[in-house]
Write a protein that binds this ligand. Structure first.
Ligand code: PMP
Length: 460
């Protein structure tokens, strides 16, 4: 039998050309005997996928980190629960990087609820809710969330970021306007972009500017959707909802509030920014929140009128064309919400801890900005280099605090962000603040030299 038996109908000649091409591709050189037009371009001659400015920025940060001999503060591995003392990258540290605000991730009752739902329903609902993925626990969670906001109904989606993108882009469109606070989260901006609506921002928490921006539209748009956050994730401050609502009404606008960091954090009972500001939650048209912080799992939700929720349930692409929330996730968040409402002492501890940190920080001369002193407390340093150097020193002393650099925050306002939870011990908080002050003072003396070294090394 011939050796040249043509497998898949290929002649010996074609086979040898293919082999030749494959080995040429591996060696990144042109293949002999193969027409140039057939050969794929060598990988190196094609522009890299991705946005050039972002690729450049990542490369620059890596070079700067290498030049300074710093370990990357990103993608560190937490080896257990995100508790105040955690083992991260093999090191036992005081952890300020987790938004487990009320300590409910890891609470045995929440874990048991997830386990029971996994036993009964499995780890996935194996279908979009509309076809085969509906479970009673989804409805129970939605009813419990709607109750918090005194809303007609609520809908849960599998991801918080995607909730903003799909919902905002589905509520408004071309011919409408989205007006957001200048410090809005990326998911809000992406939702507004996808909507194709006119986009404007107003100065952070500046109601006179909001009024001005709303007034500028005149009759040029059909609907105006104002979007704010209940508690800002990089600053820990909140909008004045009570003063904002009359402005919204006067301009016949709609109001959406993203409570990702507000729920469980603001207000006596942790109901969020409406409780904090003493306003009726029914004054807000669209309540959005995430399950990933206080509610200890992941996912997003929307609460509001029955018409809006029905509309989203029937047609929001990120809901309709996506799998339903896994039952263990829904069950765990439902239990976390139940505990949050039943144990207001957790909020009390969170408030006390926040005040301990803020008072100690202010006494040490640290700049904590406009934080309300609850769960999110920035220590604003300004320069990205100093912030990175301080974070590195703290890490080496057993304190994990995330450095947040431009473009995560406006230029020259780089900071360390501390997520303070109800579970931190006040003495640990005081110790952490004193270490921040020490590290900042030490780095203040070494930064000019570090900057000069960095410039020299990066020029090489
Ligand atoms: N909105 C805000 C204000 C956020 O800070 C975040 C992220 N933390 C999201 C939405 C997205 O939520 P998730 O991380 O749960 O997807």
């Amino acid at each position: 039998m011939s050796e040249e038996k043509p497998g898949f109908g290929l002649s010996a000649d074609v086979k040898s050309k293919l082999l030749n091409r494959l080995s040429a591709q591996m060696a990144n050189r042109p293949a002999a005997g193969v027409a140039a037009v057939e050969a794929p371009a060598p990988v190196s001659s094609r522009p890299a996928l991705g946005h050039p400015s972002v690729l450049e920025e990542i490369a620059m940060l890596r070079r700067a980190g290498d030049a300074l001999g710093l370990e990357s503060p990103f993608f560190r591995v937490n080896e257990g629960l995100p508790t105040p003392w955690s083992v991260i990258d093999g090191r036992r540290v005081l952890n300020f990087c987790a938004y487990n605000y009320l300590g409910l991730n890891g609470d045995p009752r929440v874990t048991a609820a997830a386990n029971a739902a996994a036993e009964r329903y499995g780890t996935s609902v194996s279908g979009s809710r509309i076809v085969s993925g509906e479970r009673q626990v989804h409805r129970d969670l939605e009813a419990a969330l709607a109750k918090v906001y005194q809303a007609d109904d609520a809908i849960v989606l599998v991801n918080g970021h995607a909730t903003n993108v799909t919902v905002i882009s589905h509520l408004v469109g071309p011919g409408d306007a989205v007006i957001c606070d200048a410090l809005s989260h990326n998911s809000i901006i992406q939702g507004a972009q996808l909507a194709g609506a006119k986009r404007r921002s107003f100065l952070h928490n500046d109601l006179a500017d909001l009024d001005r921006v709303l007034g500028e539209f005149g009759d040029t748009v059909k609907r105006r959707l104002v979007i704010v956050e209940g508690c800002y994730g990089m600053d820990g401050d909140a909008p004045d909802l009570a003063a904002m609502i009359p402005i919204i009404r006067r301009h016949r606008a709609h109001l959406m509030v993203d409570e990702a960091h507000g729920l469980g954090v603001l207000g006596e009972r942790g109901l969020g920014v409406f409780e904090h500001c003493g306003v009726d939650p029914r004054e807000v048209d669209v309540w959005m929140g995430t399950l990933s912080k206080t509610l200890a799992t992941c996912g997003g939700f929307i609460a509001g009128s029955v018409e809006m929720v029905e509309y989203l349930r029937a047609s929001a692409p990120g809901f309709l064309f996506s799998v339903g929330m896994p039952a263990p996730t829904a069950a765990a968040s439902l239990e976390a919400l139940r505990i949050m409402l039943a144990e207001p002492e957790r909020m009390e501890r969170l408030r006390t801890n926040g005040q301990v940190f803020v008072q100690a920080a202010r006494a040490a001369g640290l700049d904590v900005g406009e934080t309300l002193g609850r769960a999110i407390i920035p220590v604003i340093i300004g320069s990205s280099l100093r912030t990175t150097l301080v974070a590195d020193r703290l890490w080496k002393r057993g304190i994990a605090a995330q450095p947040i650099l431009y473009p995560g925050v406006p230029e020259r306002s780089a900071r360390l962000r501390f997520f303070v939870t109800s579970e931190h011990a006040p003495e640990d908080l005081r110790w952490a603040v004193s270490e921040v002050a020490n590290a900042l003072a030490e780095v203040g003396q070494t930064t000019p030299q570090a900057l000069a070294d960095l410039k020299t090394k990066l020029r090489k």
